[in-house]
Each structure stands twice: as C-alpha cells, then as structure tokens.
Design a protein around this ligand. Structure first.
Ligand code: ZN
Ligand code: ZN
Ligand code: ZN
Length: 617
C-alpha cells in the first residue's frame, strides 16, 4: 500500500502540491544533461494537452490577481510577459478581450496569456491553476485554455471522476481509459483539445483532496499507458454504471463506427449487488423547454414517444436509440442520447440517468423508469470497482470491458514487461534492460542486507521498479526534473533508463538508495520526520557504508531549515545539500543513541527529547 504523507521534493512541473499528499523521495544520485539530446527523439508523443477552463460557465468577465511573485501576464501574443501587482479585469467584447487595470490604459486585444500563480475569479468562484493559460473571446464569451502536462491531466480527471468505491486497480484501469480518451480521440472543440466538463471528462481544477493521492498513484503507475487493439491505438470510453449490460457506441452515437472491443455484453460485476435502477417524471412543458433550448425541436409538439431506427426501437443492450415527437401530421426524431443530454443540461444529470428506459405518458406527464447511469459504452466504473474489490487486476478489468484490447505504451506501442525477483517487480519496455537485471537484483539484495532492523516482514515486502526507456519518457511520465535519477513513492520506484544509469556507473547506488527508501517507508511511523527517512537512507546507501555508519560531516543547517529544504528543494544543488545534511543528522542520532534505538524510533516515532538533543548545536 502507498503511504500518505507529504511531497518531499517538489518539481517545478508539480505546482499543485497542496492537492497532493504523498512522500516523494528523490535519489541523491543526480543525473543532469541527458535531456537535451533525447528530447527531440520522442517529439511525436504529446507531453501536454490544452484543456478548456470553466467551460460551462460562459464567463463574460474574469479578474486576474497575482498569487505569487512568478505570476505573469502578457497582453498579446507577441507582448513580453510582465509581472503585475494590481488586479486585471478581462472582459469579452465580441471576439476581442478588453483588459483594464488600475494605472493601465484599457485595451482591446485578441489574446491574453498568463502563467505562474495567477488567481482567476468570476461567478463567485476562484481558482489558481498555476498553468500557462491563453484567454481569447468568442461572441462575447471568454474562452480560457490551460496547457497541462498529460499525466497531471490524467490524475486530476481520475480524482474528479472516480468514486469512493474505487480502489488501486480500478483507478489504474480508469487512468488508462482517461489517458486514451484524451489522446486517441477528437472531441470537437476548436480552441482546446478537451473541455473540463463531462462533455469530455470532468476535471475539478481545485482538485479532490480525499482522492488526490490515490489518483496520483494510479496515474503514475500507468503513466504513458493507453489502450491498444491489435497493434493500433484504440478508442476508450467509461461510464458510471452500465446497468448490467454495456452499450455499443452506435446505440448512443448514431454515426459511431463499430469496434470489436466495444461490444454490448452482460456485466455480472456491476449487477452483483442488483442493477442500478432509476425513475423520473417530467411534465410535457419541462421536456418541451429542454428540447427547445437544446435546439432539437421547437415547442408545440403533441406527444413524445420512443422512435425507431429501421424496425428497431432498441439497440443490443437494449437502450432506446431515438426519441420521436409527434406534431399534427408531422414527426421529428433525434437520438436518445441527445434527449438525455438536453434534459441533463436543463434539469441536472440526476433525472434521465441513461438511455436504457421505459417511458409512458399520463395526463401530460412523462414517467421514465430506467437502468444504469451514463452512456454505458466501455469501462463500467461500478463494475470495475467491484472487480478490484474482488482482487482482480487493472489488466483484467481492461480485458473485461475492452475484450481483446490491452494497455500499451502510447509512444512505442509496446507492452510493459514484468520480471519478478522475490518481492521486487521490475517493469521495463526495452529489451536492452535484460542486460541490467542482475545488477538491479544485486542492488536489491544489498539494500535488504543493509536495511538491518528496518527490514521487518521481508517476505511481505512488495516493491515495483519501473525503468523508463528514455529520459524524455521518464520526464513526461513522472513530471520530474531532468536531474533526478530516480524517486520513490510508497513502494513504487521510477527510474531513468537502466542502460544510462549503468553507463554512468550510477545504477547500483541509485537503486540501492531507492530500494532503501521503499523499505524504510514500509515500516516508518507517519510521524517519523522526513530528514530521518532521507538521512538514514542516504547513510545506508553510500558506497562506503559498511558496518560503520558514523562517517559523516557535522550538520550545518538547523533541523527546521533542513525540513523546509526537504520540502522545497527544486534544484540539483538543493537536493544534494538536503541529502548531505539529513545524513549528517542521522549519523549524529546513531552516534548518540545507537542504531537499534534509531531503527525503533523510525518505526514508532522519534521522541521530542531526542529531536531536541540532536538539533542542539
Ligand atoms: Zn533519498
Ligand atoms: Zn468537451
Ligand atoms: Zn456495468
């Protein structure tokens, strides 16, 4: 299981630290300079997405406030970015943006760009997305688009779309589907790739604190993986609850092309506890207003019935295909999904939950009774959660909802290979890694033997090492800066390519360090301070570390300063300093109290008295 704690060393790309609650340990073995050379090699893989911001609000005006020194504003595409102190108001005027601020002339511009910590406020809401954003206007409405790393997008959508029934494996399956939907499909937006509403995939900009850590883990452990079918990138959808039978895309979207892996099939998992059913009543006037607002049919019709496609009222699943309104001698049909969306937009998504329903009319009222929630195509979230609860893997969940398809690496189309060595799972994409497996195992063995009394229940220890095939892949997947060789979160370790680490003679030490982090994390009390995690691991993983751990320089920072540096270090040099200082304190602690005592404190918490004593100059 992952441990919850706080982010130790944030990376510049991970600016939403307040949403995250895991420890991330970064190897002291630093790793600079390879990024530039390899960046060009994988330019075909998308590292970022443009996502529409507040797309359902149709704001005409927003206020921008700097929420930090790095907040930047550019008044046009070619304009220099500048910092700003007083709030700036943006208002849409036709297809132009008008900006005004105290001490600035009011100006019209086609586009405004912002970056850094800028708070955006409108409709009694405010967000600080900390992402580069481009703001334009279209027909008197502001159009805001944020540029977000793909993996950050995936974790935020998983946090927004998942439910409390989800566990690790169902979240991983969802992460693969969310990533595939974003990267493999077109979504019909001109100004950005995806919107932030359920039209595409729901993204809560302020995050979902209760699910952020689990969503982050699911995105991280499947980073870069998308759905593939017979060597080609596959379409992927998910829905809340298929009601016991999934839908074919053409049952929902009439123009959709059939795919073998998107079939209609019974779902024994979501219906295990009884299929989800619902009922709703709407007056004719309510329906009429919603259909008219959605541009489907003008008011004045007499009856609403289920329509036909050929001779069929229902698809295979058996969802309603079309709805028909009858006016005098005339009739008009539209898809049942359009009907569901029109009612949803007008009266909320809790009325007509799916297109799997019966309808009857009574005195100008329409009574619906149905099953499931959502369109029913692809992964059924209720079923996936049930499968995970029954102990089935993400792989198995994807195979259930996308028969014949599987998760593969988006860039190379290869599947991750897993090699088992005791409690260690080595995940690689590159065949060249086979040459380094013995050294990885040796590092694992060394970390186990060096861990001493920190290694309890070693037969239950499970560690996953995912070695990325290129520095670019590592960076895009983990959003870690280029100088990081590897890091550990809970029992998951991500590393730069084994071949590169090996060529630099850093492989053994780097992995030893990370394996020791995973071991320490598996036993450490929540209250064990970060400097002690880091310091102990640093001492134990050093090349010269033998029986004698007392070899370390005296610390030069206070413990408070060190704790702060551990949380904020953003450069290679700061990280190296933090590791060195932490090791010095850990060595001092061992010198005073003995290793056995310190190991026991790691497991049970460090007493205040020892902390005071050790912090004394
Ligand atoms: Zn470390
Ligand atoms: Zn959309
Ligand atoms: Zn289902």
């Amino acid at each position: 299981m992952k441990q919850a704690a706080i982010n130790l060393i944030p990376t510049p790309a991970r600016e939403s630290r307040e949403q995250r609650s895991e420890i991330r340990f970064i190897s002291s073995t630093l790793f600079a300079l390879v990024l530039l050379a390899s960046a060009a090699l994988s330019a075909q893989t998308r590292a970022t997405l443009r996502v529409g911001f507040w797309t359902l609000w149709h704001d005409k005006s927003v206020t921008l406030t700097a929420a930090g020194a790095k907040a930047q504003f550019a008044a046009c595409e070619a304009c220099d970015a500048e910092s700003f102190k007083t709030p700036i108001t943006l208002t849409a005027d036709g297809d132009e943006v008008v900006y005004s601020a105290e001490g600035r002339p009011t100006r019209h511009t086609p586009v405004v760009e912002i970056s850094g910590p800028v708070t955006i406020a409108a409709h009694k809401e405010s967000e600080t997305p900390r992402l580069p954003m481009r703001i334009t206007a279209h027909k008197g409405v502001l159009v805001m688009a944020a540029t977000i790393p793909v993996e950050r997008y995936v974790e935020r959508v998983v946090a927004s779309e998942s439910s409390s029934a989800d566990t690790d494996e169902s979240l991983k399956a969802l992460a693969v589907v969310v990533r595939s939907f974003a990267l493999h499909m077109r979504h019909g937006h001109a100004e950005y790739d995806l919107c932030d509403s359920t039209h595409c995939q729901l993204l809560h900009w302020h995050g979902n604190p209760s699910r952020a850590a689990a969503a982050h883990a699911a995105a991280m452990e499947t980073a870069g993986e998308t759905l593939w079918f017979h060597g080609a990138k596959a379409d992927a959808y998910f829905n809340q609850n298929c009601g016991g039978r999934s839908a074919k895309p053409s049952e929902i979207w009439p123009a959709a092309v059939s795919k073998a892996y998107l079939s209609s099939h019974a779902d024994k998992y979501c219906s295990a506890g009884g299929a989800r059913s619902w009922a709703a009543s709407l007056t004719k006037d309510e329906i009429s207003a919603a259909l008219s607002n959605a541009g489907l049919v003008a008011p004045g019709w007499r009856h609403l019935t289920v329509g036909r496609v050929g001779s069929a009222e229902r698809g295979e699943s058996p969802r309603v295909l079309t709805m028909r309104v009858v006016a005098n001698n005339d009739g008009k049909e539209f898809s049942a999904e359009d009907f569901r969306l029109a009612i949803g937009r007008a009266y909320g998504w809790g009325k007509i939950l799916s297109t799997w329903f019966e309808v009857h009319e009574e005195n100008g009222n329409y009574h619906f009774s149905g099953r499931g929630s959502g369109h029913g195509v692809g992964l059924c979230q209720a079923g996936a959660a049930e499968m995970a609860t029954e102990g089935l893997s993400a792989e198995r969940i994807l195979a259930e909802y996308f028969p014949g398809a599987e998760a593969r690496d988006e860039e190379s189309g290869r599947a991750w290979q897993r090699k088992q060595a005791g409690g260690l799972t080595i995940e690689t994409l590159s065949e060249d890694d086979a040459a380094h497996v013995s050294e990885v195992k040796a590092a694992y063995g060394e970390s186990e033997s060096r861990a001493g009394g920190l290694l309890v229940n070693s037969d239950q220890l499970r560690i996953t090492l995912r070695a990325y095939p290129s520095p670019t892949a590592f960076r895009d997947a983990t959003l870690a800066p280029g100088w990081v060789a590897a890091f550990t979160e809970g029992n998951f370790i991500a590393s730069q390519p084994l071949a590169i680490l090996s060529a630099r003679k850093q492989l053994r030490k780097t992995l030893r360090h990370e394996f020791l982090h995973a071991i320490v994390e598996s036993v450490a009390a929540r209250s064990t301070p970060l400097w002690l995690h880091e310091g102990l691991v640093e001492l134990l993983s050093r090349d010269e570390a033998g029986a004698d751990l007392g070899i370390a320089a005296e610390p030069t920072m206070t413990l408070d300063d060190l704790n702060l540096l551990l949380k904020t270090a953003a450069t290679e040099r700061e990280s190296a300093t933090a590791h060195r200082e932490a090791a010095a304190y850990a060595a001092r602690l061992i010198e005073r109290y003995g290793r056995k005592q310190v190991e026991s404190w790691v497991r049970n918490g460090l007493p205040e008295s020892a902390m005071k004593e050790i912090g004394r100059r």
